[in-house]
Design a protein around this ligand. Structure first.
Ligand SMILES: Cc1cc2nc3c(=O)[nH]c(=O)nc-3n(C[C@H](O)[C@H](O)[C@H](O)COP(=O)(O)OP(=O)(O)OC[C@H]3O[C@@H](n4cnc5c(N)ncnc54)[C@H](O)[C@@H]3O)c2cc1C
Length: 394
């Protein structure tokens, strides 16, 4: 039986008081959402000794995560000056060790490659943008190569003659997001975590200091809750929190093509689409960016846009087989930054959502920041830029 003899108060850098309403650290925690973010958080919490339950209405990784291209490319995704760049670069730096740990703890080898990205320019404007990025990378001492048209084709012979230049960034990579998420669950379960599937969370409330998670199959009780429900996070009512977390779905469709002949060497990026060459011979072509509400359909318009784009930069794509199209809802916020950190409205609620285009890349860092805050009372200064407090009474 737990006792709540005192309310421990911690203060984060921005000066907001946040409270964990129990002695010391929470011993049992419910994570709502079994996407890459929820599973990474659950794994980290379980590794550090917490008793964890992961609740989801779908099978593991079947939200946005199953559609993710798994590209790990902070210097393409984030701009200099944005907090997103620091967050994504830091998370990329954690990836090698994170993958080693997950592999050792789960016994699963997840496809993961750090073969770099080749970002190509097909217009003068795009070439200027690549030069600017190359200057930023030089200032940061990040190895990168600015290539002319001839060097681009030498680097990636599959490209047609549309590229007038390119930027090769060797530290980037890609990972199989679905397989990683399933491996995280295996690893977390080996550390004692429990997975509760087919349970839709309707509401979160508090009773005598306990957190109650109301699902359509009954109620669960814990010390603390992590809300990691991706695009659906705002649909869960939370007693005592007047605002809903402002995450909106941004639809992304992508294709899997059965490649014939020599595969592409690495992730290849253009203004119209990006390409990921998988070990099994498929080529992933991503991705549309659509405001379509919660509509999780692939569409003729989305598929044809991507087919046209890939054939425009890699002519040999016309010979590829059509394997499948996938779709997912990226959890976006108004400032394109995730929402990570403790609620400022009620105790014992932690947010880990809104990761938009970079949930896979940001998973190791999110897990670390959440576990540091919940279990070791360490509020990382980088949580300031992603705090739920920036959206009011969350
Ligand atoms: C086409 C596409 C390409 C992408 N490419 C990349 C990429 O290359 N690199 C990268 O880093 N990121 C990429 N992303 C983004 C990345 O996939 C997301 O940021 C990430 O998957 C978000 O993970 P999540 O765990 O927060 O959400 P999700 O994976 O959506 O998981 C949320 C989970 O919560 C569950 N849930 C929701 N509501 C409830 C409820 N009420 N009760 C119970 N369970 C609930 C859902 O069922 C779901 O399983 C891409 C996304 C898309 C769509």
């Amino acid at each position: 039986m737990r006792t709540y003899a005192e309310v421990a108060e911690y203060t984060c850098d921005a000066g907001r008081a946040l409270s964990w309403d129990f002695m010391g650290r929470p011993s049992d925690i419910i994570v709502v959402g079994a996407g890459i973010v929820g599973c990474a958080v659950a794994y980290e919490l379980a590794c550090r000794g917490a008793s964890v339950e992961i609740v989801d209405e779908r099978p593991v990784g079947m939200g946005a995560t199953q559609a993710s291209a798994g590209v790990l490319a902070p210097y393409i995704e984030a701009r200099e000056g944005s907090p997103l760049l620091d967050l994504t670069v830091r998370s990329l730096g954690l990836f090698d060790h994170f993958m080693e740990r997950v592999s050792a703890d789960s016994g699963v080898t997840v496809p993961y490659h750090r073969t770099g990205t080749l970002d190509i320019a097909t217009t003068d404007d795009e070439l200027r943008a690549l030069r600017t990025t190359a200057e930023v990378l030089a200032r940061r001492d990040v190895p990168a190569l600015l290539l002319d048209a001839q060097a681009v084709r030498a680097e990636e012979p599959q490209l047609g003659d549309v590229a007038i230049g390119g930027l090769l960034i060797g530290s980037h990579g890609f990972v199989a997001a679905g397989e990683l998420t399933r491996a995280l669950v295996i690893a977390a379960r080996r550390r004692g975590a429990q997975l509760i599937e087919q349970s839709r969370v309707r509401r979160i409330s508090r009773l005598h200091g306990d957190m109650i998670v109301h699902t359509d199959r009954g109620s669960l009780t814990s010390n603390a809750v992590v809300l990691a429900a991706g695009s659906w996070s705002g649909k869960i009512a939370i007693d005592g929190v007047s605002a809903t977390v402002p995450v909106r779905p941004v639809r992304g469709q992508l294709l899997y093509l059965g490649w014939t002949g020599t595969p592409l060497r690495r992730v290849t990026w253009s203004g119209r689409c990006y390409l990921v060459p998988w070990d099994d011979g498929t080529l992933l072509v991503g991705a549309t960016v659509e405001e379509a509400g919660f509509d999780e359909r692939t569409t003729v318009a989305g598929v044809s846009e991507l087919l046209e784009a890939v054939c425009g930069i890699v002519p040999h794509a016309r010979d590829a087989g059509f394997r499948s199209a996938r779709v997912g809802l990226r959890p976006a916020t108004a400032d394109d930054l995730p929402v990570i950190g403790p609620s400022t409205a009620i105790p014992n609620l932690m947010y880990a959502t809104g990761h938009y285009r970079n949930g896979v890349l940001l998973a190791p860092l999110t897990a670390q920041l959440v576990a540091d805050a919940m279990l070791d009372n360490r509020i990382d200064p980088q949580l300031d830029s992603v705090s739920p407090a920036r959206f009011g009474g969350l």
